[in-house]
Design a protein around this ligand. Sequence first.
Ligand SMILES: [Zn+2]
Length: 394
Amino acid sequence: MPTESTFLLAGLFLLLAAAGWAMGRFGEREEEDPPPPLNIDYLRGLNFLLNEQTDQALEHFLKMVRVDDKTIETHFALGSLFRRRGEVDRAIRIHQNIIARPDLAAEQRDQALFSLAKDYLKAGLLDRAEKMFVRLSQGSRHQVEALENLCSIYEQEKEWQKAIESGQQLEVLGGRSLGLQIAHYYCELAETAALAKDYGSARRYVKNAQTGRPRTLRGALTRAHIARETGDSKTALRLYHRIIDEHTYLIAEALPEIVAIYTREDQLDELDKALKSMLQKNPQMNTLVAYSAIVNNIGGIPIIDECVEKYMLDEPTLKEFVDVQRLADGDVSAMAKTRSALSKIATATPRYQCQECGFSSQRLLWQCPSCRSWETQRPASRVQFDTLLQHSIT
Ligand SMILES: [Zn+2]
């Protein structure tokens, strides 16, 4: 069956014929080279198309129609069309053909290089794309776009130092702040260093992250985590409590860490007091504490258990499945079973959702894999029954 590319090329051949080029006038022939009465290349090209040999037809088109000032836009348009349709090999062939022309103007060469770099990117050939974008970022009218693409490539390759450098260049050239994005690059470096127990480097990276504006919440969490890992419980707790005070939703990340520190310090009574005081000031946090406790299987701490019980009694969907009266009567076995079931549901359903595009995931992702935005995910505040109910209906 003929593909869309076949029709596309057939259309181009017919257009050329209609323009009179098929009579031997396409390309710039030498004056002493008289045009043939009917161009045999044109017929060959059409023959390939009729036999659905699209690649051969394309090669033929490229041989027939030399890249010059009159035809270059057609070549670019064709390359772009192939790329958009996902036929990257063909797009690459077209753009390489443009670059091969020796007397190409600098601007056209840059445009061809930029198009080829985008082809490589689409084909997943990141190293080749990177080389071209680096070249373009050093001086071309595609400098800004090249740097944007380099940031994206370095993010995928987890080359954070290079991402920082490209981001900083982009800030200067593009005239806009990328403070949050660059802060996250530093946090990536800090987390890697902390994982390798190189806490000195980790602290330096966090410090760099914290100088950016707007500040990333991740920097504060990483700083608290480093303090915890290095045994500085006092600093870690101070930082975690501050994080929760300023951004209540981050209790989903902070609660397990806080509980671990109070347990290590054998100060669970202090935790009970601290959480009670927080809930008095901010009663709506009950749900967040309960949800975080359910997801992370945190129990045995009176105030947290109280939050979970209250949550179970107030959860409207739960009334459809369990005898809530038994829970209200304090039936320990019913409580434990319900809590265990909720925990299973919570860990099997999405916990975080991007506020920009709706992408959801099980763990917190600082950069949304779908829309590439930074710090746009927020945790759910309740166990998500929707997905479960949809599964049971279908
Ligand atoms: Zn998103």
